[in-house]
Design a protein around this ligand. Structure first.
Ligand SMILES: CC(C)(COP(=O)(O)OP(=O)(O)OC[C@H]1O[C@@H](n2cnc3c(N)ncnc32)[C@H](O)[C@@H]1OP(=O)(O)O)[C@@H](O)C(=O)NCCC(=O)NCCS
Length: 266
């Protein structure tokens, strides 16, 4: 791995991060790191990026901007047609914070917020009331339906961001936090909660995935309930259940039909 001690040899930040995406960037300025994040050439999956972001919060001074107040290091990005990315940020009430990357063809419906360090790849739809938390990594052609909450990595302290791979569909109101990985083409039905403490029950393969395990490729996950473990008989006596994500099937043509999206909206 290249280290920052080699900085003088390579003497080029761009070259360093393209040589090794996991290079320790902690000693670099926020401006440099932020610029690389906004261009999508550096990702917040590199843990040292988070340290630079936290430093930028600490070192930021409060400033006024159009009637709002935030740290001067965390101001929203401005998008222009000239950037040629065909990003659409529909007015009013959405923002992508500085240090987030918004790729070509992304649509952001108001009100939505994309926090610092997040990466949103090509053709993804961010519907109304969506939060893309700090450092979250969202793949290509992902659909984040209205009210989806993708947790950030800054608070509470976590190291791995939530990662949503290409072509995933996330139904309205779902909550995905604590560094959960959702693999390609998975479908998360409306109202599912995925966090490190939950096991996923896979009805198809008849296995229980470990707590916090990745959602497998193409899995269709719905919100379910399960009995509370036997030794807690008081729970049984009282008819209590816990909520749990359940894989009811793996994506097929029927699921695809139910998820067909309208190209004209993009
Ligand atoms: C998850 C989804 C894609 C599954 O569609 P599908 O592949 O056609 O699923 P099926 O109809 O074959 O259902 C398979 C099983 O899962 C169950 N199931 C499907 N969706 C469910 C849900 N949301 N909650 C609980 N169970 C569900 C079905 O009842 C069925 O169980 P059964 O065989 O015991 O009756 C679909 O239900 C869905 O939620 N679509 C997204 C809707 C949406 O969010 N629209 C907003 C767009 S902005």
């Amino acid at each position: 791995m290249v280290t920052v001690d080699d900085e003088n040899n390579l003497n080029n930040f761009e070259e360093l991060i393209s040589t090794d995406p996991d290079i320790d960037v902690e000693k670099y300025s926020w401006d440099k790191v932020k610029d690389a994040l906004e261009r999508g050439v550096l990702r917040a999956t590199n843990i040292s990026v988070k340290k630079v972001i936290l430093r930028a919060f600490r070192e930021g001074n409060l400033v006024e901007i159009n009637g709002y107040i935030d740290k001067h290091t965390m101001l929203p990005q401005k998008f222009t047609l000239a950037s040629d990315r065909k990003v659409r940020i529909v007015p009013y009430g959405s923002a992508a914070r500085g240090g987030a990357y918004i790729a070509t063809g992304v649509v952001i419906m108001p009100p939505s917020y994309v926090n610092v360090g997040a990466y949103v790849d090509e053709g993804t739809m961010i519907d109304s009331h969506v939060l893309v938390g700090s450092c979250a990594q969202i793949g290509k052609r992902v659909h984040l339906s209205a009210g989806v909450q993708i947790g950030g990595v800054l608070e509470p302290i976590g190291n791995r961001p939530v990662i949503i791979e290409d072509d995933v569909f996330i139904g309205a109101g779902s909550v995905i936090v604590e560094g959960i990985l959702v693999k390609r083409r998975a479908v998360i039905a409306p109202g599912v909660i995925l966090s490190k403490g939950l096991r996923i029950y896979d009805l198809v393969n008849e296995v229980v995935l470990e707590r916090g395990a990745a959602v497998p490729e193409g899995a269709v996950v719905v919100p379910g309930v399960r009995a509370i473990s036997n030794e807690k008989s008081w729970a049984t006596q009282n008819g209590l259940y816990l909520q749990t994500p359940i894989i009811v099937k793996y994506r097929d043509q029927k699921s695809d039909a139910s998820l067909t999206l309208e190209d004209a909206l993009r």
